[in-house]
Write a protein that binds this ligand. Structure first.
Ligand code: ZN
Ligand code: ZN
Length: 188
C-alpha cells in the first residue's frame, strides 16, 4: 500500500495549500496540480522537480476525490442530510470534538479488518493518511452477517453523522461507532 507522506498538513479541515508544494515558497502566485487540485506550485519548473515525489500522493488523492464525488447523490435523495452538513476532507483532529453531534461526513478507505459475529472492526485511513477504527455493532445479527461482503479492503466508505469517540486518552486515539447502516455509505 502506498503511504501518503505528510505532504499536505494544511489540508485538514479543508484549508487551502498556501505555499509551494515543491519549494515551500509562500510568496508565489501558485498554480494547482490539474490532477489532484491540491498540490500547488510557483511554476512548471517547481512542479517538474517535485513530480517523482508527488505522483504517488497525487494518485491517492485523485482516488479519494473520485470517491467523494460519488456521495453527492446521497445528499440529494436522503432528507436526513438536509440542513447543515459538514463534508470534510479528512478526519477531525482528536482535539476537535466540537464536531460531536454535527453532521460530519468524511470519506475513508478500508485498509484492515477484524470480523466477529456481533461486532466488526475495520481500520481506515483518510486522504491525509490519518488512521482510525470504525466499529460496527448492529443489534440485528443478520445485518451484521451481511456486512462481511461489504467490508472489503480497498473499499471507500463515507461516514455519515456517526459519533467520533475517544477510545484511549493515553494514546489520544479515536474510533467511530456505527450502530445503523444509515450512518455509513458504501461508495460503489
Ligand atoms: Zn516552488
Ligand atoms: Zn497532484
Amino acid at each position: 500500500m502506498a503511504t501518503l507522506p505528510t505532504e499536505f498538513p494544511a489540508t485538514r479541515q479543508g484549508a487551502r495549500v498556501t505555499s509551494c508544494t515543491g519549494c515551500s515558497n509562500e510568496n508565489a502566485e501558485l498554480k494547482r496540480c490539474t490532477r489532484c487540485l491540491l498540490a500547488a506550485y510557483c511554476n512548471r519548473e517547481c512542479q517538474r522537480k517535485d513530480f517523482r515525489r508527488h505522483k504517488t500522493t497525487c494518485g491517492e488523492i485523485v482516488k479519494f476525490n473520485a470517491a467523494r464525488d460519488k456521495i453527492d447523490p446521497v445528499y440529494l435523495r436522503n432528507p436526513f442530510f438536509m440542513g447543515v452538513s459538514y463534508c470534510i476532507g479528512s478526519l477531525p483532529e482528536t482535539s476537535h470534538f466540537n464536531f460531536l453531534g454535527q453532521r460530519l461526513i468524511v470519506v475513508v478507505e478500508i485498509i484492515g479488518r477484524v470480523l466477529y459475529e456481533n461486532s466488526s472492526t475495520v481500520k481506515v485511513r483518510d486522504v491525509t493518511n490519518q488512521f482510525t477504527h470504525i466499529i460496527f455493532k448492529f443489534k440485528d445479527t443478520d445485518e451484521m452477517a451481511g456486512l462481511e461482503y461489504k467490508l472489503r479492503l480497498g473499499t471507500y466508505v463515507a461516514i455519515l453523522q456517526a459519533p467520533l469517540r475517544i477510545s484511549s486518552y493515553v494514546n489520544k486515539t479515536t474510533d467511530i461507532l456505527i450502530e445503523s447502516l444509515s450512518q455509513i455509505y458504501f461508495i460503489p
